[in-house]
Design a protein around this ligand. Structure first.
Ligand code: ZN
Length: 313
């Protein structure tokens, strides 16, 4: 069995694109490293926020589908995404969130770490986790957050499941996750040497959850390259779920499937990365389209709302 290498990215559904940029680039100070469109729905942006260079494991990405209803919370969904911050940074973050009128709750301890839960402008639950996992990280020196407090990358997600046992067997035997602990009704799975955890809670009395504005769309797990991706894809199909063929997303290659509880997962290659079609210094500044959409550039660009990256000190 070939394990995956931890978290690659998390993709979620937001409301208005400008409000999403204002929050993730302006308030949280992540760098918008790619401004592109949803390749299956090119009338919608796909916005990628990350560290300065889009290190795998640092990207939180959004489809601004502002016409959708709010999500139905329930099982088979990721219900919160978490971001890693340096271990003494939560007081800085609480002050900043207060300053910009962000909804957040008081500090919690989860699995022994301090956590600051907040709600983004479109209702998505996000947690800042004070931990230092010694992950690769490239600070964004032109961003609004001092390097000492910048978000280091994705920490993981919380998932509600109807039947935890099916999902945990799949995580362990098919994707190579390890059980890392249990705390307050949540069971944690992840990796000893790479970032990216999932905390699972069994919610059998809940209805099936449904996507909407503020919902997490999918969780993507890292694979080295296409050979590793095909090996894990074969493991997935052997375990039961149907997986898509390899889809070329141009910055990485993707395979999608649903884990047994219904949460959409992806296997994403580390390369080639975001600098393949833009200078590193100019990442995210202009609309970038994959080659197959280039002939329609004028129509696509004309239909998208203008967005600007704010500079909030
Ligand atoms: Zn994805």
């Amino acid at each position: 069995m070939r394990p995956v290498n931890g978290i690659h990215h998390i993709t979620a559904i937001s409301g208005k694109a400008q409000e999403n940029v204002d929050f993730y680039a302006g308030v949280l100070g992540m760098r918008l490293v790619k401004k592109t469109v949803n390749q299956d729905d090119p009338g919608t942006y796909h916005l990628f926020y990350a560290d300065a260079i889009g290190t795998p494991g640092s990207d939180l990405t959004f489809f601004p589908w502002e016409q959708l209803a709010p999500p139905l919370s329930g099982h088979g969904l990721a219900v919160e995404a978490s971001l890693e911050v340096p271990s003494r940074s939560l007081p800085f973050w609480a002050t900043r969130l207060q300053k910009y009128g962000v909804t957040f709750s008081k500090l919690e301890k989860r699995f022994g770490k301090d956590v600051l839960p907040l709600v983004d402008p479109h209702g998505m639950r996000v947690a800042l986790v004070a931990d230092e996992t010694n992950r690769p990280f490239e600070p964004w020196t032109d961003g609004p957050i001092p390097v000492a407090h910048q978000i280091r990358g994705l920490y993981g997600a919380r998932l509600w499941e109807r039947d935890v046992a099916e999902t945990t067997a799949f995580l362990e035997k098919t994707l190579g996750f390890q059980k890392l602990g249990h705390d307050e009704g949540w069971t944690r799975y992840g990796f000893r040497n790479s970032a990216g955890i999932v905390d699972l809670r069994e919610s059998p009395s809940e209805r099936r959850g449904r996507w909407g504005i503020g919902a997490i769309h999918h969780l993507a797990w890292r694979v080295d390259d296409e050979e590793h991706q095909l090996a894990v894809r074969a493991q997935v199909e052997k375990a039961g779920p149907n997986a898509t063929p390899v889809i070329d997303r141009f910055w990485f290659k993707s395979v999608y499937f649903k884990e047994p509880g219904g949460v959409l997962f992806e296997l994403a290659t580390d390369g080639p990365g975001f600098a393949v079609d833009e200078e590193l210094a100019a990442l995210g500044e202009s609309l970038v389209l994959p080659p197959f959409l280039q002939p329609h550039r004028e129509a696509i660009a004309g239909a998208l709302p203008n967005i600007t990256v704010p500079r909030l000190a």
